[in-house]
Design a protein around this ligand. Structure first.
Ligand code: SF4
Ligand SMILES: [Zn+2]
Ligand SMILES: [Zn+2]
Length: 302
């Protein structure tokens, strides 16, 4: 098989684009996609300070690397949430990358800094570990971005993630979440930093190929607490549809952005935002969920 662009030996096939590429042309395709997403969605420009959320997995490492390569002003940020070997190895990968590429990074450890034990907190609050973990991470990424003067927070969410989230939201008609799902979440309060997803048109497979071709180390391990997460099932269902009809995932997501999201935006109304009475960060309640978690963790400590 020959590369569609240059005629050299092809290495990767992208059925939804009806294309096969050699390694070099794949890299050109990948960079063009990222750059087009950044420009089309007005995510950021070269003057902006960008905080990239890095978990150590292939998607966030691909994003960190390509933004650095494109010359953007990027700092990585990693949160170690204290999930044993999984968190330790993830942090190691992030630190290696930072040293190797001379890339600035901010590391936070929620167990050491706040005495958070995610399993314990989830048990006490009868909530899923992922909802606790997600709330902690969202709070810290926004707080650090705000305190350190970053203009935007960028995450490595890919097409598979976004399509699975959309399917989950549609299956239970979560109007509020549907209204907010977007490659760009603008700042709706002076204390909320803009959030962007430059890889939202690229698949997991493409991100894996990109890090592999560029020799970027990443952590392949899965979080042990993710077992049974419904997003995994939604991804499997979408992969099955994609096999039968390549392009289904992309059509589902992109057409939602073009045709569906505006409808939910209009319908969902606006949520009243307040500042947390304890820490001053943005919340919809009197005290934000991070401060509530801190109180529980402190009680345990005493
Ligand atoms: S899978 Fe859930 S618990 Fe594990 S890191 Fe992700 S959000 Fe946190
Ligand atoms: Zn080629
Ligand atoms: Zn608070």
């Amino acid at each position: 098989m020959r590369c569609r662009r240059c005629g050299e030996k092809a290495e990767i096939s992208l059925k939804r684009h009806n294309a096969i590429f050699c390694i070099n042309c794949f890299q050109v395709y990948y960079s063009n996609q990222v750059l087009r997403n950044i420009k089309r969605e007005k995510m950021f420009n070269t003057d902006d300070r960008i905080l990239v959320v890095v978990s150590g997995g292939k998607d966030s490492m691909a994003l960190w690397y390509i933004l650095l390569k494109m010359g953007y002003n990027v700092t990585g940020m990693h949160i170690n949430v204290g999930i044993g070997e999984y968190s330790a190895r993830s942090q190691e990968v992030v630190e290696h990358f930072s040293q190797k590429h001379n890339a600035p990074v901010i590391i936070k450890n929620t167990e050491k800094e706040f005495n958070f034990n995610i399993l314990d907190l989830a048990r006490q609050l009868k909530r899923s570990t992922c909802s606790i973990c997600g709330a902690i991470k969202r709070y810290l990424f926004n707080k650090v971005a705000l305190d350190e003067g970053f203009d935007v927070v960028a995450t490595g969410h890919n097409l598979d993630d976004e399509a699975a989230t959309l399917l989950g939201n549609v299956l239970s008609w979560q109007e509020g979440y549907l209204a907010k799902q977007s490659p760009v979440l603008p700042s709706t309060h002076p204390k909320l930093v803009k959030k962007v997803k430059p890889l939202y048109t690229l698949t997991e497979k493409e991100n894996l190929a990109y890090v592999t071709y560029n020799g970027i180390e990443f952590f392949q391990g899965k979080c042990p607490l993710a077992v049974g997460a419904s997003s995994i099932l939604y991804k499997e269902v979408l992969n099955r549809l994609e096999e039968e009809s390549p392009g289904t995932k992309q059509r589902f997501l992109i057409n939602f952005y073009k045709k569906g999201r505006n409808y939910f935006e209009k319908e969902s109304g606006t949520v009243q935002l307040k500042e947390c009475s304890l820490c001053g960060q943005v919340t919809t309640a009197e005290v934000c969920s991070f401060c509530r978690l801190r109180k529980i963790a402190e009680r345990k400590e005493n």
